[in-house]
Design a protein around this ligand. Structure first.
Ligand code: PLP
Length: 412
């Protein structure tokens, strides 16, 4: 049975429309009809100001506008320009100097890093492991390339990382698979805002080192929101811990320029390996560039030039970071306002540390979200709860929302 007319289904489950963009379109339609002040659109995964306009770092915008045709019109090399590769390593690691063999391959956004990691480090039919709360495109990407997603429980009963569930699932999958890709999105996890602590990272590394050395495990750290979790070097303190991984576990970092540089539409990103041997790093470059050629070919050159220029000019880099900090502080204030208000009205939330999203656990999320929509509040219902984007609503709205959500939960 297939619901396709002409297209081939190839085992994929293809919805009629992208869920989040569908909800957001309904929010926009209501805004046009009822007025902007009657609608809260808490679905958008981009940082908006209090008036609902996308925030653009003016320092980055300046560089963008200064580009010459020579800089943006030509093809970029498949793996990225040499200057970009150096700049992106600095951008990912900052003060940390890896002792491992690092290779960087350009990708169109962080999404490309996820796709290429799955396609090159798992086999057809494999299960790819991630947390039970996860960003839906992981599932889309896995399906598209003939894999499926398996999950473990992110939280234990105390609201910390559930090592027991993680280890059980890793070992269960490795009993039937020779390769395993694990995706951990931290810090500022989408959709919960969780971040693994140093201790939790140590235990994750220990568990992976204890897996059979005959297997190949790839740990993809999806660090798309690393610059939104507080001081930027603090968010990177887990890198030295990754260096303790044994040779049969390969750490790969998925990096996105979409949020950190407000370049969502320019599709900038990279994947970086921290390999224990040069051979594995060289192979990483070869296979990931092959996959890039086979899917999107080269990435937009403009974004490579922009990042290279920023890292070549200390004063400019300082301005970018200062601007980003002021927006990050705003985002942190919004998150805190939401959490405080949730506590005041007794609304249970999933443990939140920082980031674009907060989540409220509930069994009937579709019905609660539908009820909220009737009141002009647009959220994203997930399998296990409701996602609210603090990135797209003001601090004032963050303060008001928990009471409205609690009421909607009580009435459906
Ligand atoms: N990973 C997560 C968890 C995300 O939420 C996103 C964007 O929303 C990305 C990766 C990468 O996004 P992009 O491809 O736009 O850089």
């Amino acid at each position: 049975m297939t619901d396709m007319i002409f297209a081939s289904k190839n085992g994929r489950n293809i919805p009629l429309e992208d869920k989040i963009f569908g909800i957001s379109n309904r929010a926009k339609a209501m805004m046009a009809k009822e007025g902007k002040d009657k609608v809260v659109n808490a679905t958008i995964g981009a940082l908006l100001d209090d008036d609902g306009k996308v925030i653009v770092l003016s320092s980055v915008d300046e560089v963008f506008k200064s580009l010459t045709p020579d800089e943006y019109a030509q093809y970029a090399p498949i793996g990225g320009t040499p200057e970009f590769k150096e700049a992106v390593k600095k951008d990912v690691f900052r003060n940390f100097e890896p002792t491992r063999f690092v290779e960087a391959v350009a990708t169109p956004g962080g999404t490309g890093a996820i796709r290429n990691t799955i396609s090159n480090y798992s086999n057809y039919g494999d299960k790819v492991l991630t947390t039970d709360w996860f960003w839906a495109p992981y599932n889309t990407i896995a399906q598209e390339i003939g894999r499926t997603l398996a999950t473990f429980e992110l939280f234990n009963e105390k609201g910390g990382f559930n090592h027991h569930s993680f280890e059980n699932k890793v070992n269960e999958l490795l009993e039937v698979q020779d390769t395993l890709v694990i995706i951990l999105n931290t810090p500022s996890h989408n959709p919960t805002g969780y971040a693994l602590s140093q201790e939790e990272w140590e235990k994750v590394v220990e568990a992976l080192n204890n897996t059979p050395k005959t297997k190949k495990v790839t740990l993809l750290v999806d660090a798309a929101y690393a610059d939104f979790a507080g001081e930027e070097n603090d968010s990177r303190l887990f890198f030295p811990i990754l260096e303790k991984l044994e040779e049969h576990v390969l750490p790969v970092i998925g990096h996105s320029l979409s949020k950190s540089y407000t370049l969502y539409g320019l599709r900038g990103g990279a994947m970086l390996c921290m390999a224990k041997t040069k051979d594995v790093a060289d192979e990483f470059k070869r296979v990931c560039e092959f996959s890039a050629r086979a899917s999107w070919s080269n990435c937009p050159r403009a974004v490579h030039v922009i990042l290279s220029k920023i890292y070549a000019d200390e004063e400019l880099l300082g301005r970018v970071m200062a601007e980003r900090k002021s927006h990050r502080d705003m985002l942190i204030r919004r998150g805190e306002a939401f959490m405080e208000a949730a506590k005041e009205v007794g609304l249970e939330t999933v443990p939140f540390r920082s980031g674009f999203f907060m989540t409220i656990p509930c069994d009937n999320s579709e019905a609660v979200a539908a009820k909220l929509e009737t009141e002009g509040i647009f959220t994203v219902p997930l399998a296990k709860g409701i996602r609210v984007s603090g990135a797209s609503i003001s601090e004032d709205v963050c303060r008001r929302l928990p009471a409205a959500i609690k009421k909607a939960m009580e009435t459906v």
